[in-house]
Design a protein. Structure first.
Length: 279
């Protein structure tokens, strides 16, 4: 995200701090997207929508989009880490155990009006990320949508030294872990969706401001904590994977990153690729 962790090699940690990190990140992304978490042009006023969130963790994304849906609707969250699931699923929601690296049950083929997955392809080590995407498209109803979101690892002139070090560490980790970084380059996931013969394929970029770059003090504080937790998570995962870095680099990165975003700000850039299946 070298030893596997969690269930079947998942690099997420099974502990409360992991859910805290994921919840904070979800809140920051939600704020950056102005609560418009679904960018695919799906008619949310339509009743009986069926939506899947792959790699759902504790279902926070489903919880947040549910306020925009017209009842009745059906939400399905799938994850291999069932320990992340709440003890009681929210209304209209089913949570199932499923590794997105293995074939999905055929009973779910062509079931969903929208299939969503965010920040999960880095954990695809059993099969190529492109194959994971292909498996997800099989779950979309004719005329339905798929929306994929992954972090853009392309460095820009606006990135500070610590941000650039973080991006380079993530790249090294992905290369060491085996999933590669093709999906983290703009245009790649779009090409995969086109190869799957989807229609209306397009890509949008979402900037998620951190720290001093935020317009709200509340989000500035929350984003600082979330981003530093994310940096810590990556540093720990890189250590477990045996990623080669200069001595002391990993240990100092979270502190340097915090200081940088508190004084000059920063951002996370998300690539959002979407496409519609043929009728």
């Amino acid at each position: 995200m070298a030893e596997p962790e969690g269930e079947q090699g998942c690099l997420l940690r099974d502990e409360p701090t992991e859910l805290e990190r994921l919840d904070k990140t979800q809140a920051v992304v939600k704020a950056a997207m102005n609560d418009r978490l679904i960018l695919a042009p799906l008619d949310l006023s339509k009743p009986d929508l069926c939506i899947l969130d792959s790699a759902t963790a504790n279902g926070a994304w489903l919880r947040d989009i549910s306020t925009h849906l017209k009842s009745p609707y059906a939400l399905v969250g799938a994850d291999i880490m069932t320990s992340f699931f709440p003890s009681k699923a929210p209304p209209h929601t089913a949570l199932i155990k499923q590794d997105f690296q293995v074939p999905w049950p055929t009973a779910l083929y062509e079931t969903f009006d929208l299939v969503h997955q965010r920040a999960a392809l880095a954990r695809s080590r059993s099969i190529p990320p492109k194959e994971c995407v292909s498996n997800l498209t099989a779950l979309v109803k004719p005329g339905g949508w798929i929306q994929l979101m992954e972090m853009d690892l392309t460095e820009t002139d606006n990135d500070g030294p610590a941000a650039k070090d973080f991006l380079r560490l993530v790249v090294s980790m992905l290369e060491k872990g085996g999933s590669g970084l093709t999906f983290n380059i703009p245009g790649t996931m779009v090409a995969w969706l086109k190869d799957a013969e989807l229609d209306e394929v397009r890509e949008e970029m979402v900037s998620v401001p951190y720290g001093k770059s935020c317009s709200s003090e509340e989000i500035a504080i929350l984003s600082t904590e979330a981003s530093v937790q994310n940096v810590n998570f990556v540093c720990e995962a890189a250590t477990r994977l045996g990623v080669d870095r200069p001595e002391g680099f990993v240990g100092s990165l979270p502190e340097r990153y915090r200081q940088e975003i508190e004084t000059r700000g920063g951002e996370m850039r998300l690539i959002v690729a979407m496409g519609r299946t043929s009728m």
